[in-house]
Structure formats: structure tokens, C-alpha cells
Design a protein around this ligand. Structure first.
Ligand code: MV4
Length: 447
């Protein structure tokens, strides 16, 4: 086991990683930017090192500074958290070269899933259901037209190097295809430096359901149920829950087994998430593998009772999984609401600033993951999520009621947050009935 781990992240996930390390008896090294001198993670870690100026590219993305910090502190491993360098295979290779263990999947596994058109072909081979579409990348515009006709409109044009919603365009009819292709290619080139595209049938009004997996370096892979993340706005998740309101034991088993096949097909080890779209008829389609611990991982921790951060560290240290598939039991209903420093009344614009006072909810079945405190000034340089509120009820109804009570108790003075927006969402009849899809927040007018 490692003696010391460096945490290449900030905010609530850095705190979460520090706590897991402490439980395992591992010392922690925090890194922080000049804007994060007063940040909680820099204060509670065993050691803290400033790695550069406020902009992420000069600090949390500064690979040389991070590896130098490992060198001077003697940290043997890096936990990347999410965002920043968490899915950067070049960084993983750099860590490998320096003899630092990256706590996550191998660079090769990341690359196998990183190229989407390629990954889709491997998924088909592995028997994982994917959305019908082109066989790999489409080479010419003439070919694009032919394939779109064959698939049938509406079609989606997707960047092969894409993910998380960038480089994606919809063409509802043939007359929209050319501009969709041009726009997708342009966005792909500027975001990823590669404008390869592929085509897919557009799935109408799907839900976003993802399967958490754990895989050890001995080849054991298990699934830990699902999270329904359909309530999202511009690819930012707002509320997540498990179980999914549409889930059945049979669908869960089939999706779970597909997620495991996906992981095995690319030699995946550590924690990962297989993202699926699920249509009205409960057909499911693999979208992508998120090669990191995710923001919403506590939802799965609370329904399974399994500590995913400790599992990640144990796996990275070469230990076999402590659980087999038959050990995984799902209990109760868990909801997570993301609390952001943003203003829903003004297009959800970020609202950084100083927290004058704060009261956080608590009680039976309530969990708060946060890195803010009274007097803390939220810097403007990073994302606006300041807390995750999670509740567990015996069933969905109890969880919703508990979340309403928890959010109602949450008081933050000094900054604007989306807490009232979240409460309004929980009072919505369609949300109450679990009757939502990925376009729900775009359609509905709140506030
Ligand atoms: C789709 C789709 C409908 N049909 N593909 C967007 C991000 C990327 N992960 C996949 N995305 C989508 N791909 C087909 N063939 C709809 C989306 C989509 C979406 C997916 C998951 C969560 C939120 C979404 C929001 C808009 C579009």
C-alpha cells in the first residue's frame, strides 16, 4: 500500500480523497493554486504545496509542477479526482515514466475509449449495444449523405474525438445535414484538434442512465447499479438518483453486464462509469466510458454501502476487489442535488464571492460533500459547484421529502445559489413522478 498520495485536484473531491486516504492510513499532499491559499483542501491535508497561479492551465493542469511536488514530498501516487487531468492519457504515461502510480485506468484503456468511432466498433465486437450508425468514421460528405439516408433521419453527427456533448450536431432532415457536418467538424477541430466524425440515429427523448463499475488489476469486474442523471442542463447534471425510476431488476442486470463487457473489452481497471441512453421502450445504448471517479459517485456509495474512493486506492495498490457481484446489494433510494454558486434568474451565471454565513443540513440519511466554510471566498477561476447534498430514504417518495427538508434548512448568505431552483424542481409534478428525460430542463420554464 502507498504511504503517501498527492491529490491533483481541489474542492469537495479533494476533501473526499483526503478522507479516504486517512481511513487507509495514507498521508496526503494537497496542491493548490495562488487563488486557493485559503481553500479547505490545502488546510486539511498533511502537506500542501503551491503549484502555480490561479488559471487551471498554470496550476491544476501543470503536469511538471505536479510531478515535482511528488518528487519533493515523496508521494508515490496521484489521485486526479475528476476534471483537470483525470482523463488525460498523456499525463498517465508521464506518471508511468516517473514511477508515480496514477490512481485510475491505464493510458491504453483511456485511449481505447477516447476515440469514440473506434470504441464503438470494439463495443459491437464485445456485444455491447450501441446506437445504429456508420461503421466508424465517415470519410467524405457524399458518404455521409448515403449513410444518413440508410440510417434514417433524424441523425446525429458526432466528433470521434468528442465526449461530454462537444462536437455533436443534430440533422432532422437531409437539408440540415451539410451544416450539421460543417459545424460538428469545426467544433471538433477547435476542441480536439481532430475533425473525424461519425453518424448515429438520433434517439428521441431518452434518459441518461449510467452504470458504476469497479475493476481490479487481476481482471475481476463488477457493476454497482445505476444512476439516473436525466435532469441536466447544458451537459451539467443538476440532480442524480439511484435507483432510476424506470429500472427493473432484469434491465439492471442486462445493463450491468453490458457495462462489465465494455470495461473488459478495453482492459479497464479501477472505477469507471458506462454511460447509456435509454429510450421509451427501455432499449439501452452504450454512449461512452467515463474513465474517472465522477461527481455523483456518492449516490452509488449510499445505495451500495461501498466506499468507491477506498476501492480506487486499493485497486491502484494492486489489491484484488473485496467484493464479488453477488455481494452487491442496493438499498433504499438516494438523491443528490448539486448546489452551485450561480444565479438561475440570470441564465445560471456563476456567482462567486464571499460566504458571510452558512448553515448546512444534517440528520438521519443526509450527507453533504463540500469544501466551503463560513468566511470562505469562492474564487472565480473554477467551477461553481460548492456542495453536494445527498439523502437516502427507504423509497423515492421518502427521499424526495427528505431532500426538500434538507434543502429548506440549507442557508447560505453572501452569494446567490441554485438551492431555491432545486426546491422548485422537487415540487414539479413530472419530477415527483420520475417522468423526465434529458431535454426536460431545456423544455420546462422554471422560476
Ligand atoms: C445522443 C443523443 C441522442 N441520440 N446520441 C450528448 C453528450 C454525449 N455524451 C452523448 N450525447 C447525446 N448523444 C444519439 N444518437 C443525445 C445526447 C444528449 C445527451 C446525452 C446524455 C446526457 C445529456 C444529453 C443532452 C443532450 C444530448
Amino acid at each position: 500500500m502507498f504511504n503517501k498520495i498527492l491529490i491533483a485536484n481541489r474542492g469537495e473531491i479533494a476533501i473526499r480523497i483526503i478522507r479516504a486516504c486517512r481511513e487507509l492510513g495514507i498521508s496526503t499532499v494537497a496542491v493548490y493554486s495562488e487563488a486557493d491559499k485559503t481553500a479547505l483542501h490545502a488546510q486539511i491535508a498533511d502537506e500542501a504545496i503551491c503549484i502555480g497561479p490561479a488559471p487551471s492551465k498554470d496550476s491544476y493542469l501543470n503536469t511538471k509542477a505536479l510531478l515535482a511536488a511528488c518528487e519533493v514530498t515523496g508521494a508515490q501516487a496521484i489521485h486526479p479526482g475528476f476534471g483537470f487531468l483525470s482523463e488525460n492519457s498523456s499525463f498517465v504515461r508521464l506518471c508511468d515514466k516517473c514511477g508515480i502510480k496514477f490512481i485510475g485506468p491505464s493510458a491504453d484503456a483511456m485511449d481505447a475509449m477516447g476515440d469514440k468511432a473506434n470504441a464503438k466498433q470494439s463495443m459491437i465486437k464485445a456485444g455491447v449495444p450501441v446506437v445504429p450508425g456508420s461503421d466508424g468514421i465517415v470519410e467524405s460528405y457524399e458518404q455521409t449523405e448515403v449513410i444518413a439516408e440508410r440510417i434514417g433521419y433524424p441523425v446525429m453527427v458526432k466528433a470521434s474525438a468528442g465526449g461530454g456533448g462537444r462536437g455533436i450536431r443534430l440533422a432532422e432532415k437531409p437539408s440540415e445535414l451539410e451544416s450539421a457536418v460543417i459545424a460538428a467538424k469545426q467544433e471538433a477541430m477547435s476542441c480536439f484538434g481532430n475533425d473525424d466524425i461519425y453518424l448515429e440515429k438520433f434517439i428521441v427523448n431518452p434518459r441518461h442512465v449510467e452504470i458504476q463499475i469497479l475493476a481490479d488489476e487481476q481482471g475481476n469486474t463488477i457493476y454497482l447499479g445505476e444512476r439516473d442523471c436525466s435532469l441536466q442542463r447544458r451537459h451539467q447534471k443538476v440532480l442524480e438518483e439511484s435507483p432510476s425510476p424506470i429500472m427493473t431488476p432484469d434491465l439492471r442486470r442486462r445493463m450491468g453486464e453490458a457495462a462489465v463487457r465494455a470495461a473488459k473489452a478495453c482492459g479497464y481497471a479501477n472505477a469507471g462509469t458506462a454511460e447509456f441512453l435509454v429510450d421509451k421502450d427501455l432499449n439501452f445504448y452504450f454512449m461512452e466510458m467515463n474513465a474517472r471517479i465522477q461527481v455523483e459517485h456518492p449516490v452509488t456509495e449510499m445505495v451500495t454501502g461501498i466506499d468507491l474512493l477506498k476501492a480506487q486506492i486499493n485497486i491502484a495498490a494492486g489489491l484484488p476487489l473485496e467484493y464479488s457481484q453477488s455481494d452487491i446489494e442496493l438499498n433504499g433510494h438516494v438523491i443528490e442535488c448539486r448546489v452551485n454558486a450561480e444565479d438561475p434568474a440570470h441564465g445560471f451565471r456563476p456567482c462567486p464571492g464571499k460566504i458571510k454565513s452558512i448553515h448546512m443540513p444534517g440528520g438521519f440519511g443526509v450527507r453533504i460533500d463540500t469544501a466551503v466554510y463560513q468566511g470562505y471566498e469562492i474564487p472565480p477561476y473554477y467551477d461553481s459547484m460548492i456542495a453536494k447534498v445527498l439523502v437516502k430514504g427507504r423509497d423515492r417518495k421518502e427521499a424526495i421529502q427528505k431532500m426538500k427538508v434538507a434543502l429548506g434548512e440549507f442557508l447560505i448568505e453572501g452569494i446567490t445559489t441554485n438551492i431555491d431552483f432545486q426546491l422548485e424542481l422537487l415540487r414539479d409534478e413530472d419530477v415527483e413522478n420520475g417522468n423526465v428525460d434529458i431535454e426536460f430542463l431545456n423544455r420546462k420554464k422554471f422560476g
